[in-house]
Write a protein that binds this ligand. Sequence first.
Ligand code: FAD
Length: 494
Amino acid sequence: MSGKKESRKAIVIGAGLGGLAAALRLAAAGWKVAVFERADSPGGKMNRWEAGGFRFDTGPSLITMPWIFEDLFRAAGTRMRDHIEIQSVDPIAQYIFDDGTRFSHTADLPEWLKTVRELENGDASGFLNFMALGARLFELSRKTFFQRSPYEPPDANVLKSLRHLPLRFAWGNYDRTVRRFFRSPHLRQMFNRYITYVGSSPYRAPATLSVIPYVEYAYGGWHIKGGLYRLVEVLTELCGAAGVELFTGSPVASILRRNGRVCGVRLESGETRDANAVVMNGDASRTPALLGDTQARPVPEAKRSLSGLVFLFALRKPLPDQPHHTIHFSADYPDEFRQLFDERRFPDDPTVYVNLPSRTDRSMTPGEGEVMFVMANAPANDGDRWDDSAVAAARKRVMERLRKSGFADFEPDVLHSAVWTPRRLAERFDMPGGSIYGRVSHGWRGTFLRPPNRDRRVPGLYHVGGSTHPGGGTPTVLLSAAITCRLIDYYERR
Ligand SMILES: Cc1cc2nc3c(=O)[nH]c(=O)nc-3n(C[C@H](O)[C@H](O)[C@H](O)COP(=O)(O)OP(=O)(O)OC[C@H]3O[C@@H](n4cnc5c(N)ncnc54)[C@H](O)[C@@H]3O)c2cc1C
């Protein structure tokens, strides 16, 4: 940026991961930045709950592509390793199936290939070919999708890269592609689950999302020592050091315009603040209402990504036989997704994810015991009230799945517990129905044409975070901050 950039003011609506990352990048580029967050703490979905010395992440539990996190620290003029310690999680996950089959995905490739051969009648070529497809899509994404907004004119490099798009398999349906590469019903179910990383159904998502499992297999999964919320704490500190003003408990009621251009915001308190650029980190579907469009409708339920039902348990006793992450699969995966997306209800037999970060990181407990995060997918409906009886009914199904896969009864050892329902997510962070990843990644449009990083109708207005391009999940949200800030640098240059 050039000229009198020091005097330029930017307002970021929301202190989620994308909002904090954008604020930090803008401050590093010379903007005077103020962040307004409606909740009483920063972090958005990446948040924390503490009880009796047990420390819980309430949202993300695994990060991938750590170099994207390093890039943010570099942009802020520092190094990630000077602030946070990331720990490799290996095995990344244990998988337990309804028929009793169980295996672990380990970073030890020969060991993992042995498991694949056992499941695939001695032949690992399907896995290797699926990874080869993922690798090509990943290289392509790095040059295109991860770098820039699809709404902006492509440059020559992008067009050159797109010529090499592996058309075969890439544009089909994800589940069909998985079935082409794998014969084992267990590997099919396991690879289909990766689409829930973007809150979508493997039966409706495009096969280009094969890039998601590839990233985990090629680059591993990571924990942040002290809990993933450490990242939010550190980014908040770095924002403070860079002169960013951060106000919590400060909902923005409207985005103000003068002569069609963004000129600031009005808070719910009535206070107004002026700005040359406004970056919306809240759900992009809320932007029209903030602009005063009274006709604006929320994203229809059918187009929302999944929400989640999360139980947090502080356990008196450790669970030394359990790994950090375990997936307890339902008996009938297509039926589970039918209930989630067609019937739009919590499944009868949910797939249950158990995360025990204290197996890797003892600093999350007061010494003894275990920190346990249990999650099942849920639809992002407006009408679901998630009252006590609905939570109790869902909890029974979750516990039944754990019992079926042999998880010992831990309920007598629960010292503290909390529950995050879709409704709680929706109300706290103003997310439609508690949808975690913005629009669902079903079909080509849903996946690639998300609400744009730069609002083309309202000059000076931008979006950042999981509801815009390139999508939800912590690394992609950080990529969105880089893309949005590059656009601000270009379009707001004076
Ligand atoms: C249970 C759960 C598990 C997850 N697991 C993983 C995982 O393992 N790995 C992974 O990578 N990702 C995971 N995610 C997804 C990840 O947490 C999100 O993609 C990411 O944190 C979203 O960041 P964001 O920038 O989009 O902002 P958000 O977190 O959506 O934050 C937006 C912020 O804007 C604020 N806001 C909204 N409207 C206003 C307004 N009008 N005024 C002021 N403030 C406003 C909200 O309160 C919120 O704080 C998970 C999420 C959840 C909930």
